[in-house]
Structures are given as structure tokens and as C-alpha cells.
Design a protein around this ligand. Structure first.
Ligand code: 26Q
Length: 828
């Protein structure tokens, strides 16, 4: 085994003339600080240095951006467009430096100027333009597409305010507006000249043509302008750079508006403010669409801007031939949020470019593909027909036409009975007429994918079963992946160094080679270093917990973490109830040889999600009680870390021993936190849900703790009807825990606070918390036993890291490129 050398992955790429590079960077930094930031190095603040550093890095990215763009243009390569209402990017400085391979040189250059790179990295605000998994997946995929030199663009919204900042006051979640742009964004380029007009409302005029056919002209009542902001996305080693284009809304020319409002400049500015509303704020709820008009405006605004931009580029590059669109363009819809792009493309092809309907439809289907991220019926988007007719009258007509042809085709095929027609219609009739955006996305796409093997199977047998019978080749699986550059190399340089030392630098370039680390699962020297790396990350997290919460954690204890959005189906409640049970056991038998354990929670709840917020309060109340109990001698600690975001995840994940992935089976489409945690050597305790199933197959049954009902058993047990009283009667431990929570042991000032929570469990227990409780507790006991065998634990942890290669977003993107987009990727 080679001796450890340098601390950062960048060190392994031999760059000639390191000293010269440092000098060049130092000069560039001073020049940026002086001429772009306008500050004297003597008086510059840390933030000034951050801006100078980011701008210096951006220059390096731009140097690689134009050759990338030119090559795509000259080779007339097919382009991929990733349409997503969310891009949960986080910070970019460390990521950009790492991908460019200049982390160490930049650190040295800054040090010579008396500035700490680590401190600059820490003051960068997170770009939190997403809620959770779906938005973070889009960010990982953008990074992998750049690393694999896929000619790709991301399209989304440049929200003025990303996901709210979470505060915890007396255990309750509070929400504070987020303001990531307050001190400027050094990564983006404003494009005042890239403007696209977006219409809303108005009327549709039928115009009879010479041949007797009608064409349609939409006369919107209102126009909003979309202005582009471009952020270059640099791939591994700067080989390729793609563009993330985010749109910001403004009213058209204020002068024209002023005239329109007959010189009333106050009214003119008011309509400016109204237009700008569209891109003010990210909707902070995941999974439960509220059907609000502003949300539909957001969806149409960015979908239309993207499509107009795509078509403009296509026409410029391909001799004005709209018919070849599908040969040169693939558009991926990240869930149904951009589904309105399908009728928008039809409008542009038929009304503007005058293609016959059937030809236009074939182009649309060949161009679009759709990723589904949820099976929860309440999470599938539906838009009231009345709202659509008012806001997007031409699109509503087009949807009716798509639906008519779709139903006609089904009838002709003879495979769908008349009773089934209502189920597969794009228009739902029973709850007031609504457009089913999932069905629209399905029929308008040539491929529809789920995000884990189990989720894809369930798509075929549940929500999309009727469609799957009619289009048996359309649904495909693309198991999610995460970018190892951010989630291993940047988050955990110590572990990365260790693996580079024992396996070689190839692990930096090719995730599959991580498998070779398995050969060291029993190597005592590797164990020692592996443990030291983890210990160091855990001490750092303990320091952070002390700083933020004044709670002391023992880095030798098992760090048991559940970090994700707060949702009933994710069952943080199951975790905290088991924590209470453990607390009871520890107090009852204080002299037993307990495993020191820390329960770490973090995650935001949608502001209006009452139960999720109440569970956060319960976690905090249990934490207060447990942490103050002297009989435990600190053997059990409970912490809720506020304001979970990408940056906090990067700090928690490398310090985690146990990864909680305990959703009700069949409800978590994939999960991606599960992959990040296992990659960093955490063992999973989890249900057979989402990607956990595949993680188990990769790491092996001995290196994961599975419990609970399977998805099929969940279905069966719901069909049967739950006997909650029986379950509770059969489990004295559960009985005791529920009594404590219900009677106010953790909320003495408000003894009835948690009564509704417990009553909900007893009444319906929709998420089967009670059903899985005993199995979960038993598995937790197995985990504690395993922890005592340090060698066994480390062996399992090393095997987890080693077997995560499959879950790289590079693998996922290769599959999309081959099976869905039909575009080339660079070889490994
Ligand atoms: C829809 C309409 C109106 C307002 C909000 C929404 C909305 C916003 C966000 C609906 C859903 C979301 C986010 C869903 C999400 O993050 N799903 C997760 O996607 C991950 C990536 O595939 C999976 O790993 C997770 O299992 C899945 O829950």
C-alpha cells in the first residue's frame, strides 16, 4: 500500500508546472478582485475574495465552454434538453475546482494571499432551487452529462427565492424566506438579449384556409417576457461544459406598457411586478400539488420559453427544417411539471410552422420522454379544465384533440372496453373536469421511465397498468444515480484518498472500479485508516452540533441518521417511536452494556403539512427529554439539525454509520440519499422499497439490515383492513411508547399535543408504522449487536462503499443516452 500523499483528489492528476499555475492563479485572483469586484486586497472582505475566486474559476470554465459548444454545433450533434422545475445545485466552488483539477493550486494561491479556500467555500450560499430528491437528481444528472460530454442543456426557472430556510423555535419548524441572490451570483451570465414572449389567456381564432381547412391563431390577453440566465456546468477534468439556462420573468418593454396604460406609469410598474411574480419563489411542497394558478403559470412559462428556444436553435442549425426536429433533439420531462410542453410543441408545430397534425404528433412523441417520480395518487398533477381554458385556451383545445385521437386509437384497437375508456381518458370527469398530466405525459412520450426497478414494476402494475397493456414497450427502468464527484470526492476527501492509495487513481474516473476496494475488506491496515477517516468526520459533525445546538456528541458512538424531507410515508415517526422504546429500555436496565448511539434527524416539512411539522416537534421534544436525562450517562443522544440542505448533507453523510431508509414499502420511488450514505460507508437499515432493493442486491444480505412488510404485503394488508388495536395489544413495548406520547410525557406543558398523532395511528395507520414497529425494533437490536464487532462492522462498511459503483449517475446517464435519447457518450 502506498503512503498517503496529498489530501485532495485533484492532486492525483499530474499537472505540469504546478508553481507556475499557482502564480498564474494568484495574479488572476488579484486582477479579478481589483477590476471585477472593485476592491483593494488590503480592505477586501472574505465575500469579496469569494467573488474574485468564483470569477477566476468561471473564466477557466468559459475557456472550455466555447470549444464544447462549437464542437456540438459543427458536428451537428443531437442535443438533450432536460426540462425541470427544480435544480437543487447547492454550492459550486468546490465542485468546479475539483472538476477542473485545480483545487490544490487554488488553495495554495489563496494561501499566498492570506486567504483560506475552506472559509471561502463555506460562505457560498446554496443554490436551493429545488425541494428534495427530484431537484437534486436533476443537478447530479447535469454534472454527469457534462462529465460524459453529452450535448445537453438544462432548462428551468431562476427563482429569486429558493427553498425556505428552516428555523426551529421551541421545537417547532418556522420558515424564513431564502435569498441566495442577495450578494450576487458569480456563476451565471445574464442574457438581456435572450428574450422570449410567453402568452397567457385571451382567445383562439379559427381562420379558414383556401382548402377549407381551419387553422388556429391564439391571441393572448397578456404577455410576459422570459429572460435567460446561463450557468456553465463543467464536467470531470473540464473535458466538456454544458449550459444550464434558467428563465426569469419580466413584463415586456415598460415603455409600451406605459403607453398601454395611457401614461399611468404606476399601473405600468404594477404589471411589471405582476409579471415578475411568476419566478419569485419555488413552490415549497413536494408531492402534494395544490392546483394553484401561479404554479401552472410557472410550468407553462418555463416550458414555453424552453421550447421556443429549442426550436429557434434547431431552425438556425438545420436549415430551417422543422421536420427534422426529432432527429436532432431529445427532451426529457422531469416528472409532469413540464408536461404542458407537449401541447406547446404541438401548437408551435401546427399553428406556427403549419405542419399537419399527425406529422406533428409523430415528431412530438419521438422527441419527448418522461420520468415518473411517484406513484402516490394524490401527487399526480391534475389541472382543472376551467383554469386551463382561461389561462391556456389553445392548449386546452389541443389537449382535447390529443385525447380524442388517443381514445379513437384505443377503440379501434379493440383492446380497451368502453368502461375502461374513462380511466385512460386524459380528462378526469369525476372530481370536476381535470386534465391528467401523467396520462398526457405518457401518451406524448416515446419512453416513460421509473427511477428504480421496484418503482418501474409498480408503475406497470398499478397507476399505468392500462397504458402498459396498450404500449408494452414504452415503460422502461432507469435506476437513479448520484454523482460521485460531489458525494464522494468532495464530501469525503479522506475516504477518496484511502481508496486512491489502495486501488489507484482510476476510481476517480470510473465508478465501476470502486469494486476493487472490496479486496481490502479484511485488510487490517485499511480498517485502521478507514476508521480514522470516519472518526475525523464524526468529530467534525460533533463540533457542528455543539456549535449549532449546544449538544455534545461522542464521536465513538454509532451515528444513526435519517436525513430527508419530512413526510409521513418516509416514517420519521417510526424512527422516533423506536428511539423512545430504546430510551425506556435503557432506563429500565441501566446496567446493561448498551451501545452508545446518536439519533440524528434533519429535513424540512412543507409549510402547510401539519402532521409533518408535528412530528418535527415530537422529535425535538424527545431530544430535549433524552439529552437531559442523567441516568443514560450520555449513551443515547437525539439531535434535530435545522435547515437541512445540500451543504449540510455533505457534512452529515461522511459522518454517518447507519442510514435510515424506512419508508412504507411501495411508496418511495427510489431514494438517492440511501445511495450517498452507503457510498460513504454507512450501513442501511431499511425496508424493501425503492432503490433499497437494488442496494441490497449489490451489497449482499449480510451487509444491510432489512425489515418490514414488502410492497406486496403492504397492498394485501391494506386491502384486508388493519387491526391496529390487535397489533398494539400484541406489543407491550409499543403500547408503552404510545401511552407516553399520548399522555404528554414529552410535552408536559401541552399534554394533549400528540394525541391526534397517536389517534391517527390507532384509527388508520395509513403508513403502517404500528405494523412494522416490532420488526424495526428487532432489526435495530441486530444493528447494535453488530456495532460491538468493530471488525465485522468495518468489513460491511467497506463492502458498502465498494459495491456502490452501479449507483453512479454516470451509469444512469449512459443508460438514458443509449435507451431513450439515442445520443453518444464519451467512453470511460
Ligand atoms: C407538484 C405540483 C405543485 C407543487 C409541487 C409539486 C411537486 C414538487 C416536487 C411534486 C413533487 C416534487 C418532488 C418529488 C420528489 O422529489 N420525488 C422524489 O424523486 C426522487 C428522484 O427520483 C426519488 O428518489 C424519490 O423517491 C422521490 O420521492
Amino acid at each position: 500500500m502506498a503512503a498517503p500523499t496529498d489530501i485532495s483528489p485533484a492532486a492525483y492528476i499530474p499537472l505540469p508546472q504546478q508553481d507556475e499555475e499557482i502564480t498564474t492563479l494568484r495574479r488572476a485572483l488579484v486582477a479579478k478582485l481589483t477590476y471585477a469586484v472593485g476592491k483593494d486586497p488590503i480592505t477586501a472582505s472574505e465575500h469579496d475574495w469569494f467573488m474574485a475566486t468564483a470569477l477566476t474559476v468561471r473564466d477557466r470554465i468559459v475557456d472550455r465552454w466555447f470549444p464544447s459548444t462549437r464542437a456540438i454545433y459543427q458536428e451537428k450533434r443531437k442535443r438533450v434538453y432536460y426540462l425541470s422545475l427544480e435544480f437543487l445545485i447547492g454550492r459550486l466552488l468546490a465542485d468546479s475546482l475539483n472538476n477542473l483539477g485545480i483545487t490544490n493550486q487554488m488553495r495554495d494561491a489563496l494561501r499566498e494571499l492570506g486567504v483560506s479556500l475552506e472559509r471561502l467555500e463555506a460562505i457560498e450560499p446554496d443554490a436551493a432551487l429545488g425541494n428534495g430528491g427530484l431537484g437534486r437528481l436533476a443537478a447530479c444528472y447535469m454534472e454527469s452529462m457534462a462529465s460524459l460530454a453529452v450535448a445537453a442543456h438544462g432548462y428551468g426557472i431562476r427563482y429569486d427565492h429558493g427553498l425556505f430556510r428552516q428555523t426551529i423555535n421551541d421545537g417547532w419548524q418556522g420558515e424564513v424566506p431564502e435569498n441566495w441572490l442577495a450578494s450576487g451570483n458569480p456563476w451565471e451570465f445574464e442574457r438581456p438579449e435572450v428574450l422570449v414572449s410567453i402568452g397567457f389567456g385571451g382567445t383562439v381564432e379559427a381562420v379558414e384556409q383556401a382548402d377549407g381547412q381551419d387553422t388556429y391563431a391564439w391571441h393572448p390577453a397578456e404577455t410576459v417576457e422570459a429572460q435567460a440566465y446561463d450557468t456553465p456546468v463543467v464536467g470531470w477534468r473540464g473535458r466538456h461544459v454544458n449550459t444550464l439556462r434558467l428563465w426569469s420573468a419580466r413584463a415586456p418593454d415598460p415603455l409600451k406598457l406605459d403607453a398601454f396604460n395611457r401614461g399611468d406609469h404606476v399601473a405600468a410598474l404594477a404589471s411589471q411586478a405582476q409579471a415578475a411574480m411568476i419566478t419569485q419563489v419555488l413552490y415549497p411542497s413536494d408531492e402534494t400539488p395544490a392546483g394553484e394558478e401561479l404554479r401552472l403559470r410557472q410550468e407553462y412559462f418555463f416550458s414555453s420559453a424552453a421550447l421556443q428556444d429549442i426550436i429557434r436553435r434547431h431552425m438556425r442549425q438545420h436549415d430551417g427544417e422543422i421536420r427534422s426536429l426529432a432527429e436532432h433533439v431529445a427532451i426529457q420531462l422531469n416528472d409532469t411539471h413540464p408536461a404542458i410542453a407537449i401541447p406547446e410543441l404541438m401548437r408551435l408545430l401546427v399553428d406556427v410552422h403549419q405542419l399537419p397534425w399527425d406529422e406533428a404528433w409523430d415528431i412530438a412523441v419521438a422527441t419527448f420522454s418522461y420520468t415518473n417520480h411517484t406513484l402516490l395518487p394524490e401527487a399526480l398533477e391534475h389541472w382543472p379544465v376551467a383554469l386551463m381554458e382561461r389561462l391556456l385556451p389553445r392548449h386546452m383545445q389541443i389537449i382535447y384533440l390529443i385525447n380524442a385521437k388517443h381514445l379513437e386509437r384505443l377503440k379501434a384497437s379493440g383492446r380497451v372496453s368502453d368502461e375502461q375508456m374513462g380511466e385512460v381518458s386524459l380528462i378526469e370527469e369525476s372530481h370536476g373536469r381535470q386534465v391528467r398530466m401523467g396520462w398526457l405525459s405518457f401518451v406524448g412520450s416515446h419512453k416513460v421511465n421509473g427511477v428504480s426497478a421496484l418503482h418501474t414494476d409498480l408503475m406497470k402494475t398499478t397507476v399505468f397498468s392500462a397504458f402498459h397493456k396498450i404500449y408494452p414497450d414504452r415503460i422502461v427502468n432507469k435506476t437513479n444515480g448520484v454523482t460521485f464527484r460531489r458525494w464522494l470526492m468532495e464530501a469525503n476527501p479522506g475516504l477518496t484518498d484511502l481508496m486512491v492509495d489502495v486501488v489507484g487513481p482510476k476510481i476517480l474516473h470510473d465508478a465501476e472500479t470502486l469494486g476493487e476496494f472490496a479486496a481490502f475488506a479484511d485488510d487490517a491496515g485499511v480498517h485502521e485508516r478507514f476508521w480514522a477517516v470516519r472518526k475525523e468526520r464524526k468529530a467534525a459533525l460533533a463540533a457542528l452540533t455543539w456549535e449549532k445546538l449546544h449538544i455534545r456528541l461522542d464521536p465513538e458512538a454509532m451515528f444513526d441518521v435519517q436525513i430527508k424531507r419530512q413526510h409521513e410515508y418516509k416514517r420519521q415517526l417510526l424512527n422516533i417511536l423506536q428511539t423512545i422504546a430504546l430510551y425506556d429500555q435503557m432506563r429500565a436496565q441501566p446496567h446493561r452494556n448498551w451501545t452508545p448511539q446518536v439519533k440524528i434527524f434533519a429535513g424540512k416539512a412543507a409549510a402547510s403539512y401539519h402532521n409533518a411539522k408535528l412530528i418535527i416537534k415530537l422529535i425535538n421534544d424527545v431530544a430535549r427529554t433524552v439529552n437531559a436525562d442523567p441516568t443514560l450517562h450520555g449513551l443515547l443522544k437525539v439531535v434535530f439539525l435545522p435547515n437541512y440542505n445540500v451543504s449540510l448533507a455533505e457534512q452529515i453523510i461522511p459522518a454517518s454509520d447507519l442510514s435510515e431508509q424506512i419508508s412504507t414499502a411501495g411508496m418511495e420511488a427510489s431514494g438517492t440519499g440511501n445511495m450517498k450514505l452507503a457510498l460513504n460507508g454507512a450501513l442501511t437499515i431499511g425496508t424493501l422499497d425503492g432503490a433499497n432493493v437494488e442496494i441490497k442486491e449489490h451489497v449482499g444480505d449480510d451487509n444491510i439490515f432489512i425489515f418490514g412488510l414488502t410492497a406486496a404485503e403492504v397492498q394485501a394488508s391494506r386491502a384486508e383492513g388493519l387491526k391496529t388495536a390487535e397489533i398494539v395489544a400484541g406489543s407491550p413495548m409499543l403500547q408503552q411508547v404510545l401511552d407516553q406520547v399520548r399522555s404528554g410525557v414529552f410535552s408536559p406543558d401541552q399534554p394533549d399535543l400528540y394525541k391526534p398523532l397517536v389517534d391517527g395511528l390507532m384509527d388508520h395507520d395509513h403508513f403502517l408504522v404500528l405494523t412494522d414497529f416490532d420488526a424495526y425494533c428487532a432489526r435495530q437490536a441486530d444493528v447494535r449487536d453488530r456495532w460491538r464487532d468493530k471488525t465485522g462492522w468495518m468489513r460491511s462498511a467497506i463492502l458498502n462503499t465498494s459495491h456502490m459503483g452501479f449507483f453512479s449517475s454516470d451509469r444512469a446517464i449512459r443508460e438514458y443516452a443509449e435507451d431513450i435519447w439515442n445520443v453518444p457518450v464519451t467512453k470511460r
